[in-house]
Ligand binder design. Structure first.
Ligand code: MIG
Length: 723
């Protein structure tokens, strides 16, 4: 892969090889008195600070899975992967670390720090005009992307770290989950219910309760007497089953994973060389040492339990790694409680201290400093130094083995924890959000920031994970989710059920329409996704990546979904519409409800209040661009797509590059894909339509195209074309 002139690597010390990058750039070894562009460099207390004076107009983009605004100014972000189920605005860390940002304003440049432990970005929080990046280490790689173009910086970042992961096409279908479906019967019933209610669905997840005592790579035979049969039967109706996997291996004599891991020395060790103990779901566990390639191979082979059943999707959870407590942490707590009990007559502040200790017993920084990884060269490294790589390497174990088993077959693979580079082999969902309206906005912003990092295939738990949800919230979130690549309704233990039929008849009908609309959009979504990966352009883009000017920089709750469609979800309670900014060009407003019902109106650029009742989501097609739709189906690939509907607002000329392939293999890399170059030119009051197919491998089954082309005055011409 060729990188252009404007990416420079500044190597500081002897960095750990993280696996984030796929090219070795010639580095500029950084010496004490060297300078790097844009930043003032300061060495203090074994930390290196990079300081930049921001101008008023500077906007900071990126940083992937972080809370707060899309413009990252005004907040501190701390990269140290953590399992925090309370995504409240002040939080600085989540499950993944993505230290890549773009500053756009007076100057424009990009920066990526390849360092797998704590990094702090203070972006105008402590001092409103100062960007201060702190790395508490003298061994890391710093990349500066010196370009004025945000999209070229991103392209360069993808050249450096690799292209985004491509899931199978069915991964764009609707997915249902809950913690937990407790039995085989329950899973089968959920599947049946989707087909009975006519709501399309492609995937159902089984959360931790399918396991025997939370032991990874086991199945609870009482609750799931025939997991394999369930997988096969559901496949018959187009539903794929995806199991969850946790890294912690239960300490239990006779349990294969435990015995093998112990015998082979595959677990992380403590300072005395004993297998490190941390408690997670199964109680006391050992953590596999995923930073070692032999361990990764061992772990990867275990997925065979599922791949033998025909399972093609996996969900790697808890891999920050999440720690509920360690024996040491628990002992500290008991000591404190004992003191408390002895002095209970006078207990005051001690109660609060005990409470704090109890809360901090999970994911305690000290615990992360107290275990070690044996690397391939036999050396030991403290976990803290490579903390952010744990989930990446667990997921690498999965991906490598899936590729080994079936080199030409795509898989759906989600990880909760991540680091740059993971985006090449898998993707992430946004973790444990809540059934809060505020978290819809978080979802919309994070979707854009994650796409900048190459996590194109992502989304949040639709309806919210923690807390109970209302019908209205689930409906609005189902609308938003219909326009995110990963579309999964999921909720936590003991929360109100939120499958589409759990509310009332009217809500069910609305949700059916939404999911069907999603499926009608799959030809467009898939085509745009594949084109985005090919072109190295984010699939979801902020408006400010497409349009110029200050106004669009403030728009964070509307986004481009592919090149032609702008989505403006309603994310507030009790609203019957919302304000929408329409930049620069004319837009075709399709505030959509049902794929077949189109009440389209042409809008001039400007700001509008757009009406959108509960069953409607505001969608806008950009002037001189096109979208393609098909009839919805029960699941992706249920039927061949033989007819397409092409919709657009053409005031001049529009081209659409419709792409499709077999959806399950990598044969597209050998030219086995189909293309329709749809070219529409306005001629007087009419349109000239030209469609050029490229289809050497006979992928396309399209026989007929319905055109529905709007003129800037709102008039429409409909034509059919037979291929
Ligand atoms: O601590 O497996 O983010 O999606 O349902 C909770 C149970 C553990 C966290 C995941 C969530 C999943 C849950 N897990």
């Amino acid at each position: 892969m060729q990188l252009t002139q404007y990416t420079t690597l500044y190597r500081i010390g002897k960095p750990f090889k993280t696996g984030a990058v796929i090219v070795d750039l010639e580095n500029k070894d950084f010496q004490q008195n060297d300078t790097i562009p844009y930043f003032q460099v300061e060495e203090k207390d074994n930390k290196i600070n990079f300081i930049y004076n921001m101008s008023k107009e500077d906007v900071v983009y990126g940083l992937g899975e972080t809370l707060g605004a899309l413009n990252k100014r005004g907040k501190i972000y701390r990269f140290y992967n953590t399992d925090d189920p309370e995504h409240t605005p002040e939080k600085m860390s989540l499950y993944g670390s993505h230290p890549f940002m773009i500053l756009d304003g007076k100057s424009t440049f990009g920066l990526f720090i390849d360092y797998p432990s704590e990094i702090i970005f203070d972006i105008g929080f402590t001092d409103k005009d100062i960007l201060k990046i702190t790395v508490p280490s003298k061994d890391f790689d710093l990349y500066i992307f010196d370009s004025d173009e945000k999209l070229s910086i991103i392209k360069e970042y993808f050249n450096l770290t690799g292209k985004p992961y491509i899931p199978p096409k069915w991964a764009f279908g609707f997915q249902q989950s809950r913690w937990s479906y407790f039995s085989e019967e329950e899973v089968r019933n959920v599947a049946k219910k989707f087909r009975e209610t006519g709501i399309p669905c492609d995937v159902i997840y089984t959360d931790i309760d399918y396991m025997d005592s939370y032991k990874v790579f086991t199945i609870n035979k009482e609750k799931f007497p025939n997991y394999e049969g369930m997988v096969k039967d559901l496949k018959e109706i187009g539903i794929k089953v995806i199991p969850i996997l946790d890294p912690g291996v239960k300490i239990e004599k006779g349990y294969e994973m435990y015995e093998e891991g112990k015998d082979k020395g595959f677990f992380c060790v403590d300072e005395n060389g004993n297998d490190f103990v941390a408690a997670v779901w199964p109680g006391a566990t050992h953590f596999p040492n995923f930073l070692n390639s032999e361990v990764r191979r061992w772990w990867g082979k275990k997925y065979k339990l599922f791949t033998d059943m025909g399972i093609k999707g996996f969900w790697n959870d808890m891999n920050e790694p999440s720690i509920f407590y360690t024996p040491k942490g628990l002992d500290n707590l008991f000591e404190l409680l004992k003191d408390l009990e002895e002095n209970k007559e006078n207990a005051g502040i001690e109660v609060f201290l005990a409470r704090e200790t109890l809360l901090n017993i999970a994911n305690n920084p000290e615990d992360y400093r107290s275990f070690f990884h044996k690397l391939d060269d036999g050396s030991l490294i403290n976990h803290d130094k490579v903390h952010n790589l744990y989930g990446f390497n667990m997921t690498k174990a999965t991906a490598d083995e899936l590729k080994e088993l079936n080199p030409n077959e795509r898989y759906l693979l989600l990880s909760r924890s991540s680091y740059p580079g993971l985006h090449r082999i898998a993707s992430i969902w946004m973790g444990d959000n809540k059934s809060w309206w505020e978290h819809m906005l978080v979802n919309i912003r994070m979707l854009q920031s994650l796409n900048m990092m190459g996590f194109f295939y992502t989304g949040a738990d639709i309806g919210g994970f923690g807390a109970d949800s209302s019908a209205e919230l689930v409906i609005r979130w189902m609308e938003l989710g219909a326009f995110t690549p990963f579309y999964r309704n999921h909720t936590a233990l003991n929360t109100r059920p939120q499958e589409p039929w759990q509310f009332d008849e009217e809500s069910l009908n609305i949700m059916r329409d939404i999911v069907r609309l999603r499926y009608a959009f799959i030809p467009y979504t898939y085509s745009e996704y594949m084109n985005s990966v090919k072109e190295s352009v984010p699939f979801v883009k902020p408006l400010s990546f497409v349009f110029e000017g200050d106004r669009v920089k403030d728009i964070e709750d509307q986004y481009m979904y592919g090149d032609s469609l702008m989505v403006a979800p309603v994310h507030e309670q009790n609203k019957k519409g919302r304000y929408v900014h329409l930049p620069d060009v004319k837009w075709l407003n399709w505030t959509a409800c049902k794929y077949g019902e189109r009440n389209m109106k042409v809008y001039e650029p400007g700001d509008y209040y757009i009406q959108a009742y509960l069953n409607e989501i505001p969608l806008f097609i950009k002037e001189n661009s096109l979208i393609v739709l098909s009839e919805p189906m029960n699941y992706v690939g249920e039927k061949d797509i033989t007819e397409l509907t092409v919709i657009g607002l053409v005031s001049d000329h529009a081209i659409y590059n419709y792409y499709d392939d077999d959806g399950t293999t990598y044969n597209f890399t050998k030219g086995e894909f189909g293309n329709l170059k749809i070219d529409i030119t306005k001629v007087g009051k009419d349109f000239k339509i030209d469609v050029k197919p490229y289809d050497p491998a006979n992928i396309l089954k399209i026989k007929k195209i319905h055109f529905e082309i709007y003129d800037s005055d709102g008039s429409v011409i409909k034509k059919d074309m037979t291929l």
